[in-house]
Ligand binder design. Structure first.
Ligand SMILES: Cc1cc2nc3c(=O)[nH]c(=O)nc-3n(C[C@H](O)[C@H](O)[C@H](O)COP(=O)(O)OP(=O)(O)OC[C@H]3O[C@@H](n4cnc5c(N)ncnc54)[C@H](O)[C@@H]3O)c2cc1C
Ligand code: SF4
Length: 339
């Protein structure tokens, strides 16, 4: 690891001032991703500004409109087990508990989870070409071992997936990201926060240089009755998603009134499908309808040499998630039945 300076910020203002030289400085929260990237030689910040001491940013608090504010510095564990999250937003709780390990969730923060970087093997290996790590160098995954890579929204420059579980649920729940930066405060709709690779895969999201995430806000509607998060992975713990599905709906007279569907492990960002959601509205929650919704959600999916299987796997996972969502009380928090 290269030598670096370290400072602790006690206010948002101090944090923003600390990273004014954004070429060299980075925020650090739980450190579970950025320190790994520094050890692997992928990131080389000359200065880390620790934001974990800023008061209030670790709180989880009610919003006047009935929603819930998740402080950017609240840990993933604190968030998943917070009574308001467990009872009003169980989809989110379940998604967070499907990620990482208890030890990592105790360190990892909500803001850091949104900004974790891809787990593409080539991105982590500075000896290989990678447009995300070194723009213009090429994409080793395109014709390399691409089993874990994306099937939707890819570009010839990058086929990596965004690895977060929490963010798939946040996309389905219509969260908003609140940020503070050199130009003031602003609010970003979750669907606009992460981006597709296009010809700039080095840019993961729409955060401006030097901006600090202060909270993630959930709207009042939490879909607490019919929901589930299904994560399919190679090992039952400590493993990133091959495919994940966040699905929730409201039922009225046995028909779906409103549905939310987002996929993980398929694209450079959580993949929300408005087409599938619109199709499901007014339909009975039966496998045939979830299967049609899956076809809509996966329209345009393209596999690469080693990951064609993901298209059929995602289709089946959506149908299964739809049926599981009818009986969320039978599912243990974080537990996933085998396929
Ligand atoms: C072995 C292992 C397994 C894992 N498995 C999973 C998994 O299955 N599912 C999953 O979703 N995740 C998984 N993770 C990832 C983990 O969830 C993330 O590393 C974690 O959420 C990052 O949070 P952090 O606070 O540690 O971020 P840090 O490492 O401190 O920071 C990450 C990035 O965010 C920036 N940052 C942090 N906070 C802010 C802020 N408030 N505003 C602006 N920028 C900020 C930092 O500058 C840095 O660029 C795993 C991690 C490990 C190490
Ligand atoms: S898929 Fe993206 S992250 Fe992976 S090697 Fe290609 S450019 Fe790099």
């Amino acid at each position: 690891m290269n030598p670096f300076a370290f400072a602790q910020a006690n206010t948002v203002g101090e944090a923003l001032a600390g990273v004014h030289d954004t070429e060299r400085a980075s925020f650090v929260a739980g450190g579970t991703n950025i320190l790994d990237l520094m050890k692997y030689g992928v990131s080389h910040p000359g200065m880390l500004v620790d934001v974990t001491r800023i008061p209030d940013l670790n709180a989880i608090s009610a919003l006047p409109d009935g929603g819930l504010r998740l402080g950017a510095l609240a840990t993933n564990a604190h968030t998943a087990y917070h009574p308001e999250v467990e009872h009003r937003y169980p989809l989110l709780s379940k998604a967070i508990l499907a990620g990482a390990s208890p030890q990592i969730r105790n360190m990892a923060t909500n803001g850091g989870n949104l900004l974790q970087r891809t787990r593409c093997y080539y991105f982590y290996d500075p000896d290989t070409p990678c447009n995300k790590r070194e723009p213009g160098s090429g994409c080793s995954a395109l014709h390399g071992y691409n089993r874990n890579m994306a099937i939707l929204g890819t570009s010839p420059d990058c086929i990596a997936v965004f690895p977060s579980d929490m963010c798939v649920a946040l996309a389905a729940l219509d969260a908003r990201v609140q940020v503070a930066g050199p130009a003031g405060e602003r609010s970003i709709a979750f669907g606009d926060f992460h981006r597709l690779p296009g010809d700039k895969p080095e840019v993961d999201n729409t955060l401006a240089a030097g901006e600090l995430i202060t909270s993630i806000d959930l709207p009042a509607k939490g879909f607490e009755k019919y929901y589930t998060y299904l994560k399919i992975r190679d090992r039952s713990s400590y493993s990133f998603a091959l495919i994940s599905v966040a699905l929730a709906f409201e039922l009225e007279d046995g028909l779906i009134r409103e549905a939310r569907l987002a996929l993980g492990g398929v694209a450079h960002k959580p993949w929300r499908s408005p087409e599938a959601e619109q199709y499901l509205a007014g339909k009975e929650p039966i496998p045939e309808h979830f299967s049609k919704a899956a076809a809509l959600a996966l329209d345009g999916a393209v596999g690469y040499e080693h990951n064609h299987f993901k298209i059929e796997l995602a289709r089946r996972a959506i149908v299964r998630t739809g049926m599981m969502a009818l009986q969320p009380e039978t599912q243990l928090p974080g537990a996933q039945p085998s396929l």
